[in-house]
Every structure is written in C-alpha cells, then in structure tokens.
Design a protein around this ligand. Structure first.
Ligand code: S3P
Length: 429
C-alpha cells in the first residue's frame, strides 16, 4: 500500500490545466463504438476508470488507435459489437459498469461484468430493476443488486421511468438501452443530473428529446461518428480551486475547465461561501461550455447545502468538506444520502478523517454538519480506496499545522493520474 505526504504550503500559485472530463471520456468511447464511421477523441482522460471502458469495447471487437494524443475509434454501428471472449472488468468504475449494463442488455450476445472489491459492493438494482422492465435479463449477486452481473442480451421495449434518484448513471444506462429498444424510452428524475449523455447523443445524431425534468430517446436510429474534444474535468479542478481558496496569498489559473451547468454546483457553493472564482474566456467545445477559472485565496464562511446543488456537485463533497472545515462557522450538508454509496461511504469517510484532523463533525443520515476552524491538524489519514477522499485530504494538508500523510493513494490513478505532480508544481514552500 502506497502512501503520500504533503507539507503545509505558504501559497498556491501558477497556471495549470487539469486532465479531461471522466464522464465525457467514458461516453466518447461508448457512443464512438456504436456509431458508424470514425470518432476521434482529443483530451481523453487517461485514468484507470476510462481504460476499463476502453478495454471493454476493444474486447467487443472495436478498433481503437491511440497516437498518445488522439484516439481514433472505428465505430461498428448500432449492431456491430461482438460477444466478448471473457469477463469484462470495470475495475473501480461505477460509470463503466452501470452504463455498459444498459448498453449490453440490448445486444444479441451474452456478457459478464465485474469490478474491484469496492465496485462489487455498490448497488446495481437501481439499473437492473428498470432495465428488467424493458425486458432485460440480467443476473447478479445479492438478488441482482451486486456485481458480477451476467447479461443475457435480448430485444427490449421502451418504458416511461420516473427515477427515484437523480443519477446520471441510471439515466444514461436507460438511454443506452433505449437506443436498442422498440418505441421510446422516457426517463424523469427528481433533480437534473449531469446531462453529458444527452448532449453527446444529440451531437452524434441520435433521436433524442429533452424536456423539463427528463429525456426521451427513440430506438433504432444509427449514430454517426464525430470529432470530440474533451474539456478539463471540473471535478478534478475542484481540488485545486479549494487548495487556492484555503491557503492565504494564493492565486491560481485553471485552464480549459468544463462548466456544463449540471456540473457547476461547486462554483455556486464556493462562491456562496465567499470564494473568489472568476470565469475567464467562456467558450463552447464539442457541445460543452468551457472556461478558464481564476481562483484567489478567500476567507470562507459556512453555508447550508441541499436540494439541486447536491447532484450538481455530487463528486465534490469530499473536498467541499475540507473547505468547510477551514471556513468560519458551520456548514450543513443535507439531502446527500447518495454520498453513502459512492466509491466508499463518503460521509463516514470524511467525518472520520476530519475528526482526526481536530474538526468537530456531526454525521447525519443524509449529510453532515461541520464546524469550521483556523487550521487542520496534520497526521495520517485513510483513503478507504477512494480517489476523491485521498485527494481531498492531501489538499487539506496544504493548510494543516504539520504534514499530512494519506495511506493507500494508488486509487488516485482511477481519475487523476498526474494529481501529485500538479500539486507539487503549484504549492509554494
Ligand atoms: C457519473 C455520475 C455520478 C457521479 C460519477 C460519474 C456519470 O454518479 O458521481 O462520478 O458519469 O454518469 P451517479 O449517477 O451515481 O450520481
């Protein structure tokens, strides 16, 4: 088990670009593979999670050439994937597993998906249940709630589904199944989750319609290969935003960050906390809005977070907890029960780590309350195998009274392979 240590910083300064968006990178492989013709992808995130998706489609006969900068995907058309010769391994990636389950349910072949020890503990019924209503035959452990999943591809029919959770993985799994289903598939959700699937499917010429609260997809239409430029991942940028905000005397420019409105909850929250973040040079790339973010250290204050801000910042809560721990007053997070079923239980993990760092934290069933203070106490913390917990505590180390060590940091490679180098490059000592 590898550990990593961060020393307190005097400031965070410079200019960086974060790697490509993880969600968009997954979708580029999936849609590129089932489109007709070639799809090129620039800025693909070279994290382990995205390689899980890439390797799975290669195992289903898709040709992907990689010159180190651009991927060239030889699309097979809607019905051109081949039965994989072996089990498809999704590693730590919930997005790979849930989205592929939807896509594979409508193929004319059999497939099995598995994942690492963390992914095999995560709930899958949220996709299996609506997919079975479409006619899918999928088996899993724990009565169909846990991977490995065995998928007997067959003909599907469209359904109307009101999802009880705001989850882009559930929505996207059903949209992908809907491409293969007869009729139309309509999905509504309690709050709008990230809409990258909707945007990319439209960009590929899919038969898709969005409306307030939902999306409708019609089956059978072939998609056309496209050229995609993946913007920087705002979820990765979030670690550096918080780093620059919490260390006095900091100023950091983060270039080329995706600012899709379904993902910018982090900007709204940090700004409401008193953070200085300016959007510079807003532009659009491959159907997604992009900007440079100029972040300056700020005196933060605690706020209340709930409602539609939760899905719009769902992956940023671990690092938001660090910001809250260094803010003036109390931060209350509620309606965030979903955090308990991420790569680990992120409420429990951050509560335990912050308490160890001397912060007063109360866990609630669907969130937490954090009493902010001046500094974190350094020491050794646990990632619990979760990349975002590991990176959040390392960011906290920049504003701690002594070194912060995080155990088990290999997981960072799932989403942000050059995180440590970027952090070392901007931390002034
Ligand atoms: C993702 C959706 C979110 C998010 C995950 C990526 C996606 O998960 O947490 O990191 O790419 O669709 P949920 O759908 O479970 O909220």
């Amino acid at each position: 088990m590898q550990s990593f240590t961060v020393q307190p910083a005097k400031a965070v300064r410079g200019e960086i670009a974060v790697p490509g968006d993880k969600s968009i990178s997954h979708r580029s492989i999936m849609l590129g593979s089932i489109a007709r013709g070639t799809t090129t992808v620039r800025g693909f995130l070279r994290g382990e999670d995205n390689y899980s998706t890439l390797n799975a489609f290669r195992a289903m006969g898709v040709d992907v050439a990689d010159d180190g900068e651009t991927l060239r995907i030889g699309g097979k058309g809607l019905h051109g994937l081949a039965e994989p010769f072996d089990i498809l391994d999704c590693g730590n990636s919930g997005t790979s597993m849930r989205l592929m389950t939807g896509l594979l349910a409508g193929q004319n072949f059999f497939s099995i998906l598995t994942g690492d020890q963390y992914l095999r503990k995560r709930p899958m019924k949220r996709v299996l249940e609506p997919l079975s209503r479409m006619g899918a035959t999928i088996y899993g452990r724990s009565g169909g709630d846990r991977a490995p999943l065995a998928i007997v591809g067959r003909e599907l029919s469209g359904i109307d589904y009101a999802s009880p959770v705001a989850s882009a993985q559930v929505k996207s799994a059903l949209m992908l199944a809907g491409l293969y289903a007869s009729g139309t598939t309509t999905i509504t959700e309690p709050h709008l989750s990230r809409d990258h699937s909707e945007r990319m499917l439209r960009y590929f010429g899919g038969d898709i319609e969005t409306f307030a609260g939902g999306v409708r997809v019609s089956g059978g239409r072939e998609l056309e290969g496209r050229d995609i430029v993946v913007p920087g991942d705002i979820s990765s940028a979030a670690f550096f935003m918080v780093a620059a905000l919490i260390v006095p005397g900091s100023e950091l420019l983060i270039r080329g960050v995706g600012i899709n409105p379904t993902r910018t909850g982090i900007l709204d929250i940090l700004t409401a906390m008193g953070g200085s973040i300016d959007l510079v040079d807003c532009r659009e790339v491959s159907g997604e809005p992009v900007a440079d973010l100029l972040v300056r250290s700020s005196r933060l204050r605690g706020i209340e977070i709930g409602g539609d801000l939760v899905p719009r910042a769902i992956d940023e809560f671990p690092v938001l907890c660090v910001a809250a721990a260094l803010a003036e007053g109390r931060t209350v997070v509620r309606e965030a029960r979903e955090l308990r079923v991420k790569e680990t239980d992120r409420i429990a993990a951050m509560a335990a780590n912050l308490r160890k760092a001397g912060v007063a934290v109360t866990e609630t069933e669907d969130g937490m309350e954090i009493e902010g203070g001046e500094r974190l106490q350094g020491g050794t913390f646990e990632s619990r195998g979760d990349h975002r917990i590991a990176m959040s505590m390392l960011v906290g180390g920049l504003a701690a009274d002594r070194d912060v060590t995080v155990d088990d940091v290999e997981c960072i490679a799932t989403s942000f392979p050059n995180f440590m180098n970027l952090l070392a490059g901007v931390a002034v000592r």
